[in-house]
Design a protein around this ligand. Structure first.
Ligand code: SF4
Length: 344
């Protein structure tokens, strides 16, 4: 099989290339990323990939197109959907074009390794473009190796980027900062602000109204609520966020629900509560699972839930009477990630 592998950066390529080579597929690396800004960042990622591909003796092609103006012109009208509407298609289309013109049978992308990306959309777009070019799109869920690949990249001293690529994602890197830092006290992490407290709740049923905002089925909530611990983040006596933690086995927990009251959202409180709970549970437990929709994966990965576990296909269709919406997304699959609670 002659495979052209669109490659966004060296660290993401590590696991993908290894996985393909283990299957006796020797891909050609293809660099085409007009979405990476500013120029010095573009250069740092490109040059690192040049060095890395040389060091592992793999064929690599570099399209030297920085493309800031063209990129911005094409995404500025609809920034929210820029990844799906422009950034994925433009890169995969160019990869398919090159593949077709140069005798490749199939193409793929290292974007499939990242838990931060909209994985199903990349697959959908890749397959659609492949049809147009009479090629196949090689799909593999490389996310299983994300953590391993990143660790190896760090060991190799590869350049590790801090944001996805475009200037808009660079802005989000700072915009999403949590205003409340946590600190360790006797092994239990509590929020720094003195008036903030995490309290275990006994009268769980009283909070169903809030839990329904994250999981809109009372029946589903009742399946896990009784066997779970419920915690609230409070500012003095005012409830801010609530989280439900289910004990799976002696070493494993699952975060079943976490929600912040509407007037406190986008201020980092859910992150604060989660960090506090992970700090507490790490005394006795090794890992915490979370099942989430595609949209929330970046949030959880940033909180350390960076190991992809599994996908339950059509979970939301099979278990909920109504269509479940998460912003623009109609939820279908439930995607599981886990956090290593012992990891520093
Ligand atoms: S966030 Fe990443 S995938 Fe989305 S448009 Fe920016 S560079 Fe592209």
């Amino acid at each position: 099989m002659k495979l052209l592998l669109h490659t966004c950066c060296a660290p993401c390529s590590v696991y993908c290339i290894e996985s393909l080579r283990n299957k006796n597929i020797d891909p050609t690396v293809y660099w085409y990323n007009p979405n990476i800004h500013p120029y010095m960042e573009y250069k740092a990622r490109r040059d690192c990939l040049k060095e890395y591909t040389k060091s592992i003796n793999i064929q690599a092609i570099f399209e030297e197109e920085y493309g800031l103006d063209e990129f911005c012109r094409n995404v500025i009208q609809d920034l929210e959907n820029r990844c799906i509407n422009y950034c994925y298609p433009i890169r995969l289309e160019q990869t398919a074009k090159y593949a077709k013109e140069n005798g490749y049978d199939t193409f793929s992308t290292t974007l499939l390794v990242s838990p931060y990306q909209k994985h199903d959309e990349i697959r959908r777009i890749g397959e659609k473009i492949a049809t147009n070019y009479n090629l196949s799109f090689y799909y593999e869920d490389f996310r299983v190796g994300f953590r391993e690949g990143q660790a190896k990249a760090r060991e190799l001293g590869l350049y590790m980027q801090k944001y996805c690529g475009c200037i808009f994602s660079e802005e989000m890197r700072y915009y999403n900062c949590n205003p409340i830092q946590a600190r360790a006290t006797n092994g239990y992490e509590t929020p720094k602000e003195p008036r903030m407290q995490v309290k275990k709740i006994e009268n769980k049923e009283d909070y169903i109204y809030l839990l329904l905002e994250a999981d809109p089925s009372k029946d589903m909530i009742h399946k896990y609520l009784n066997d779970s611990d419920v915690y609230a983040l409070k500012k003095e006596d005012e409830l801010i966020s609530i989280a439900v933690i289910l004990h799976i086995d002696r070493k494993t927990l699952e975060l079943k629900n976490i929600v912040t009251k509407e007037n406190f959202r986008n201020k980092g409180y859910a992150k604060t509560l989660l960090k506090s709970l992970c700090g507490n549970y790490k005394q006795k437990y090794d890992r915490m699972l979370v099942g989430t929709t595609e949209n929330n994966i970046p949030f959880y990965v940033k909180q350390g839930f960076d190991k992809y576990e599994k996908t339950i296909k059509n979970f939301f269709i099979d278990n909920y009477k109504e269509k479940i919406k998460d912003g623009e997304l109609t939820c279908t699959d439930l995607i599981y990630y886990s956090k290593d609670l012992k990891k520093k």
